[in-house]
Each structure stands twice: as structure tokens, then as C-alpha cells.
Design a protein around this ligand. Sequence first.
Ligand code: PLP
Length: 337
Amino acid sequence: MDDHISEAVGRPDLIRLDDGLVCLRFETMKIVSALAAVRHLLDTGAVRRGDTLIDSSSGIYAYALALACHRHGMRCHIVGSTTVDHTLRTQLDILGARLEQMPPSSDLKLDQSRRVARVQEILRAHPDYHWMRQYHDDIHYLGYEAVADRIHTQTGGESLALVGGVGSGASTGALAHYLAKRSVDVRLVGVQPYGSVTFGSEHVADPEIIIAGIGSSIPFGNVRHDLYDTLHWLAFDAALAGSVDLLRRHAVFAGLSTGAAYLAAQWERREEPGRTALFIAADTGHRYIDTVFARHGEAARVEDLAPRRVRGTEELALPWSRMDWNGSPAPVDAVPG
Ligand SMILES: Cc1ncc(COP(=O)(O)O)c(C=O)c1O
């Protein structure tokens, strides 16, 4: 039996959708990460019960940190982007987490740098607050070790292509790291939106809305570029087609980064049939009803979609590109500081 709801909601399901295709399905992905990070800070004496933890978030980390704070008797202060919706806002309020939301902006860079500036301002006024730095502090890797353990046990140690959207980089990086530690033969496939500095797609703009949670307009220290073997870049339209197909064909109701990862995973399964493609579903589809699922009539058939193979990021083109990354280091614009 669990002692707190965060343990139940945080635990992912492993679902074999097809031969060679497995879904690691989270209800809210970052809960396992936030729980372990907060526990580590308490165990090492970096914070004490009752202290305030602060960070900025565009969505699921806000909820994850609020639950971890509720679990461990901490206070929680979130500087959120406009993508924090009414449902989450209301829950955070009742959970006792303080949310400050940035003014509406379609400029991701402006929104991200405004949030960082606001966190720094709050820290100057409250030097006793602890800044979680989910994009930079590798304590956010720790919680994924137990998940890697389950994947290892339940897939019987078979060779894997692990496919997932890269935001902070913690989930994909940590799972690949901990699977390799268990001697699993794992190939790491990262999924990115266009317009992100993380793997060098900032020069290609996606005319549609952004895919929440993946990509960045500023460098993140938690992305370990050397761990990634292959990269896929997907536009909103392609991710929408993936999310709709995943629901229709496999009855999995998940968000846009999942739709993108599902398309990439299907592709990788065809590339290397001997390897099981395991993709990460980071959140449920509820937040995407109006922007994605209500538009299912517009969805392209996934059979008609294929990535353009590129040899360098200068060749990237909409709506879907794939490149061998081969553990290359971070592009210069993706190096923090
Ligand atoms: C919906 C969604 N998918 C994927 C990710 C990427 O996860 P990570 O930050 O571990 O790279 C996030 C992160 O915010 C997310 O919100």
C-alpha cells in the first residue's frame, strides 16, 4: 500500500502495444523525479521540513513539485508560464502551493527568461528559499532509477530503443543511464520540436502552437547530449497525427510530446526490428482536448508520414526530420553559462 497519492500517481505503467512497441505511460511524469529530489535534499540536510522550495515550470513539474512538497511537509512556490491551465491552477491553490503566472506571451524565449528573472528576484527577497533548478540540478535524475529497474525486469533485459521528448533532459537521460548501468543494450532517441536551441533547431520555426514541455529557447545543464544516438524533430501537425493515432489505434490518451515520441518509436522499430522501441508518454490528453483532439479530423494518416533524413542540423525541415546524433556534444548555443 502507498503512503501518499504521489507514489500511486507517479508510478508509470508499461504497456506492450504491439510486437516490438512498448509504451511507458505516466499520468504525470515528473512526480517520481520531484519526490526523489526532495527526499534527497532532506536526507542530505540541504533543506528542512517546512522550508520553501521554488522553481519555474511550464506545466507538469509544477504539479509534481506541489505533490512532493505536500508529501514531505514543505512549502512550494511556482513561477509558471501561461501554459499552466485553470485545472492545474485550482489544484495548486488547494494544495497550498503558491503560483505566480507570467503574462501571456507567444514568445517562448521571453516567457522562459522572464520566469528565470522572477525566480531570481524572489530569491533575493527570500534567501532562505531553495531553488530546485529542475533544468540544471541532476538530483532530478535520481527518481528514474526505480523506473529503469522496472523496465529492466519487465522487458526481460531485451535490447531497447528508448524514445522520449527532451525538455530538461532528465527523464530520457536518466532512464538511458540507469538502464545502461543494468547492462541493457539501449539506444537513446531524443524527440525535439522545431525552434529549440537544445539540439540546434532554433533556425526552423513551426507556424503552429508549441509542443508543451519539450525543447527550449535557453540552454539547460541537465541535457547530456553525449547520451543520445538519434534525434527526431517533429512539428505540431505531425505530433497531432501521432496523438490521435495513438488514441484511435491503441486507446492510449496522452499529450502531444507523446504523439511525437510514438511516431518516432514506430519509425525506429522499422529501422531496427530486433530492438524493442519503448516510448515515453509523459502526460494524459486532458490538457490538449481543444488544441489537439478536437481537431482529429485534420490529422494526417501516420502511414503517410516519414522523416526526412538529415546529416546536419542546417538541413532540418518541417514537418519531420531524423538525424544520427551519435553522442555529439551540445551545439554552442545549448551550452549553459
Ligand atoms: C508533456 C511533457 N513531455 C515531455 C517532457 C520532457 O521531460 P524532461 O524534462 O524529463 O526532458 C516534459 C517536461 O516538461 C513535458 O511536460
